[in-house]
Write a protein that binds this ligand. Structure first.
Ligand code: NVA
Length: 333
């Protein structure tokens, strides 16, 4: 679908969170500290009081993201306006640019789960309001933020001086080319963590994303690496994460993927290579007996329910951060 005129210049001060590295390392830390504060004091911030509407749109299935964003917007004093992606058919019934201009005249922010990262970028360009990535094929930055919060909590890291993630090692095994693989690389590097991916040949991260993570790692003192031998990725890790082998939209490739990924299962023997205190993360939904065994997922080192809850706190912090940026821009005139 074509857009008739060139995109407008970005509105000054309007920030979006489309990928993990849309925030600096210091800003990521600020968001994590705010998330920890909001976890302790759920109604401490009300930047969407009014209530201001936040449009929440899903073009793919959801449970955690819908619940955590609707709850989160309400707790921030706003009104979570669910827009049915199946009815709106953004990009086919009408262009992203046209939808963006309609929404941008009415709502204070837009949260969108869709397929193409470029559509999300179009929404941010044309709407003139903050846009949050609630998962695309390329990135899942809200999940990664929640995961960093969870790792920090469980590695003794939410001290007064902030989340102590720098120098920790995060291992991710499975599909390095999917949204979680990409987001762990960028967010972990921003946090100064060593991020090790263990993935089959042809399922490593996209080269441009890996290059972005390497550039960030050079700045933060982190180290990122990709291994075909998943044991090399996991050895000594402080946190071990995995994700489905078949992401939403890839259902047609299930048989082939299950064959390729079978040796990349997270089981107890693999976990034994990690640090003895290592925590296990999974963004859910999980497929027991596929990417992870029940023994590990339901075992004592899994922190998946904390991780799922932390979506709420992390996303409230992200929305608060974006509202503050908008307010600062307004004050500057
Ligand atoms: N990689 C998964 C993440 C689900 C939260 C997917 O995109 O389906």
């Amino acid at each position: 679908m074509t857009t008739p005129v060139p995109a407008p210049s970005p509105s000054p001060g309007i920030r979006s969170f489309l990928a993990d590295d849309d925030v600096s390392s210091a800003e990521q830390r600020e968001i994590l500290e705010l998330a920890a504060r909001l976890k302790a004091e759920r109604h401490a911030e009300r930047p969407y009081a009014g209530p201001q509407c936040v449009a929440i749109i899903f073009d793919k299935p959801t449970l955690r993201t819908q619940v955590s964003f609707t709850t989160g917007v309400a707790e921030l004093g706003g009104y979570p306006l669910m827009v049915d992606g199946n009815l709106a058919k953004i990009g086919s019934r009408e262009s992203v640019a046209d939808v963006a201009r309609v929404l941008g005249r009415q709502v204070s922010a837009i949260v969108w789960r869709t397929f193409h990262q470029s559509d999300l970028e179009g929404m941010a360009q044309w709407s003139g309001v903050p846009v949050v990535n609630a998962l695309t094929d390329d990135f899942h930055p809200c999940q990664a933020m929640a995961d960093l919060l969870t790792i920090a909590e469980h590695t003794g890291g939410l001290a007064a001086s902030g989340p102590a993630l720098a120098g920790r090692t995060l291992a991710y095994v499975g599909d390095g080319s999917n949204n979680m693989g990409h987001s762990y690389l960028l967010s972990g590097a921003l946090a100064g963590m060593d991020v090790h991916l263990g993935c089959p040949p042809d399922f490593g991260p996209r080269p441009d994303v890996l290059a972005r993570a390497e550039a960030i790692a050079r700045e933060t003192g982190a180290h990122v690496s990709v291994h075909e031998d998943l044991r090399l990725a996991v050895v000594g890790a402080d946190a071990v994460a995995t994700d489905t082998w078949v992401s939403m939209g890839q259902e047609g490739e299930s048989d082939k993927r299950e064959e390729v990924f079978a040796p990349y299962q997270l089981d107890s023997a693999l976990l034994d290579l990690a640090d003895p205190e290592a925590v296990v993360l999974h963004c859910l939904p999980a497929y027991r007996g596929k990417e992870i065994t029940s023994e590990v997922l339901d075992g004592p080192r899994a922190v998946i329910w904390d991780e799922a809850e932390n979506r709420l706190h992390a996303q409230k912090a992200i929305l608060t951060f974006l509202a503050s940026a908008r307010e600062r821009a307004r004050e500057r005139g």
